[in-house]
Design a protein around this ligand. Structure first.
Ligand SMILES: Cc1cc2nc3c(=O)[nH]c(=O)nc-3n(C[C@H](O)[C@H](O)[C@H](O)COP(=O)(O)O)c2cc1C
Length: 276
């Protein structure tokens, strides 16, 4: 019997909630109605048993219920505020010189560990360039890679050479929009249990954007890095140790230097196909 899941018999009220909520039926109820961890190999470690237990009787993988946040009274954003965020969030392409507050960033990245992943595979890595100094170092490696591969790499679009020169000269930063920081989210699809690496990466990036914006940090998705990485797989392998073909995406961030006094108007673009 695995000690991943333990139940405090004195606290268990035999309600069966953990058994019913177990997605792959790793738990069953014994004759008294208490949970038994019968099929540990089916457990995806989602911790629903810990979360759902009304009496706090379940300890999962050393996680004690008293260390969870109680959901009763927990401040959650209203429907209106989430909707407002969706309409008012913008891809920011001008950033202030200053770095973002490190404590906010640390808090956001920790919270990002809660982002959902297929089959709860916790295969994501959050590689962060938190400061302008670290980001400028990455910019230099990026320019060097483009300039090195400019001739002879058929996968590298030729037009990238000009913005790379402009970036080297400090004239314009089309690739990274002058951001003071960047988060690269990756998921190693060779890790056992990882079934949806691309989706996991995208969801985590979207959640980073939401968390960052809520903390007053502006963001912009960085498609250019993917474009260049597809042509020069050594780039992220050498700079951050990312294995070739590993699914990833990047989000630029920093203190925004632009203000949008109104929302855009895109509700009409929602192609809704209601079937009933
Ligand atoms: C997957 C993805 C990649 C993107 N890549 C870039 C990029 O490399 N550079 C950039 O300036 N904007 C990038 N964007 C931002 C889009 O251009 C932007 O979301 C779109 O124009 C709508 O504007 P909004 O985000 O302000 O609503 C990207 C957005 C997404 C979702």
């Amino acid at each position: 019997m695995s000690d991943l899941f333990t139940v405090d018999k004195k606290k268990c009220v035999k309600c069966g909630a953990c058994v019913r909520d177990c997605a792959f039926r790793a738990l069953r109820a014994d004759v008294d109605g208490r949970p038994v961890f019968e099929y540990p190999e089916l457990c995806m470690r989602c911790q629903h048993c810990l979360a759902i237990c009304p009496s706090g009787a379940v300890v999962f993988d050393g996680r004690r219920p008293e260390n969870s946040l109680p959901t009763k009274g927990l401040a959650l954003p209203s429907e209106e505020s989430v909707e407002n965020w969706m309409r008012a969030r913008r891809s920011v392409r001008r950033f202030a010189a200053e770095d973002v507050d490190r404590a906010s960033l640390d808090r956001i990245l920790k919270a990002l560990g809660n982002s959902p992943t297929g089959c709860n595979a916790r295969g994501l890595t959050f590689t962060c360039f938190p400061t302008r100094t670290s980001m400028d170092g990455f910019r230099r490696d990026f320019i060097q890679a483009i300039e090195h591969h400019r001739n002879g790499n058929k996968l590298l679009p030729r037009w990238l050479a000009i913005p790379a020169i402009k970036l080297r000269r400090g004239e314009e930063d089309v690739f990274f929009r002058g951001a003071s920081g960047m988060l690269v989210v990756s998921s190693d699809e060779t890790t056992p249990g990882v079934t949806t690496p691309r989706e996991d990466v995208t969801i985590a990036c979207a959640h980073f954007e939401l968390l960052a914006n809520a903390a007053g940090i502006s963001t912009c998705w960085c498609g250019f890095l993917r474009l260049v990485q597809e042509a020069i797989p050594e780039l992220l392998e050498e700079t951050i140790g990312l294995r070739r073909k590993t699914p990833f995406y990047a989000i630029l961030f920093g203190r925004g230097a632009v203000h949008y006094p109104r929302t855009v108007q895109r509700d009409a673009y929602a192609k809704i196909d209601m079937r009933g």
